[in-house]
Design a protein around this ligand. Structure first.
Ligand SMILES: [Zn+2]
Length: 322
């Protein structure tokens, strides 16, 4: 049975209003909220020969079978490889696909996943297609970082936002996949109600890994571990995960200082209160600003020396304690 994610019900209605009218769509929303899932479901729906109620693909027709095997000739997915860049060569393939490949009489659909990863030459070439898109072509872009998408591209798109889902909808959906309710609550707290990201973290054993990292961090703060010992554990993380991990801890400490009740790392409330008492608010705010700046640079694909960055953050972290 084909499923539209429960928090996509309204946005699914909206996107289906664009079945004929729009040729360029931009789907935006938080990481892990299902932008690509929505784009792919919509592409699938446009290709299906025997749509069910509410434009749900039948899953059985020839087009659906080809689509499900990632083999539909009128569908092209463009995404970055490990380099975290979408290159001009990839956009040249899009042009070839749109202008020089015959299709099966239906619309040709291109999804550009994480379009903020287009480099400047790729973006300029894509812009030429977006300025005068050929008929019978639907281009769907997705991004979690709309501020990093070239404004010239953004202005050519009809924007569709996936709102942050209500907690109860996320919880109900995740409870069918994760038995421990405390894990569900914690994962939704860590991810700001992004259910797919929460499930992905769970499947990758992040809760266990996070617990180990927090224990090591406390040992470092208690001076039971040296910087050299603790850094070994953090080096296993991607820079992005490392920045996010520290950002939320710092954010929680600031919230405790400012007597805000709701904190993200709710399972570590006692330890965080303990460190918040020792922490200097001004230094915490500076550190938070530093994390935002590093994250901004990371999204812009500026290369970091990973070990140096992590050591720097850890040292600044211990220095904010009084
Ligand atoms: Zn079908």
């Amino acid at each position: 049975m084909y499923e539209i994610l429960p928090w996509h019900k309204n946005v699914w209605k909206c996107i289906n209003k664009n079945r004929k009218t729009s040729q360029i769509l931009l789907i935006i929303g938080l990481q892990g909220i299902g932008k690509f899932n929505l784009a792919k479901n919509f592409a699938h729906s446009l290709l299906c020969d025997n749509l069910l109620k509410d434009n749900i693909p039948c899953g059985r027709c020839h087009a659906c079978l080809l689509f499900n095997k990632n083999n539909h000739p009128d569908f092209l997915l463009v995404q970055s490889d490990n380099s975290h860049i979408i290159t001009i060569e990839q956009i040249r393939i899009v042009i070839k696909e749109i202008f020089y490949t015959t299709h099966q009489g239906r619309v040709k659909i291109i999804i550009i996943k994480d379009a903020d990863l287009l480099n400047i030459s790729a973006a300029n070439l894509l812009l030429k297609i977006l300025e005068e898109p050929p008929s019978q072509t639907m281009i769907i872009l997705t991004t979690s970082n709309i501020d990093f998408l070239f404004s010239t591209i953004r202005s050519r798109c009809k924007i569709l936002t996936i709102p942050i889902p209500e907690y109860s909808i996320c919880e109900n959906w995740l409870r069918q996949k994760i038995t421990d309710i405390n894990h569900v609550k914690l994962l939704l707290s860590i991810t700001n109600n992004a259910p797919l990201l929460a499930l992905n973290l769970f499947n990758n054993n992040w809760l266990y890994e996070r617990q180990t990292l927090l224990s090591n961090l406390y040992n470092f703060l208690y001076k039971k571990m040296t910087l050299g010992d603790v850094i070994i554990h953090f080096l296993n993380l991607d820079i992005k995960d490392f920045l996010q991990f520290f950002y939320y801890i710092i954010h929680d400490l600031i919230k405790i200082k400012l007597t805000v009740n709701y904190i993200t790392n709710s399972d570590h409330i006692n330890q965080l209160y303990f460190y918040a008492k020792k922490a200097n608010l001004k230094k915490l705010l500076i550190l938070q600003e530093q994390m935002c700046y590093l994250n901004y640079n990371y999204i812009q694909h500026i290369n970091f020396n990973k070990q140096m960055l992590m050591e720097n953050i850890l040292l600044n972290f211990i220095n904010m304690l009084e």
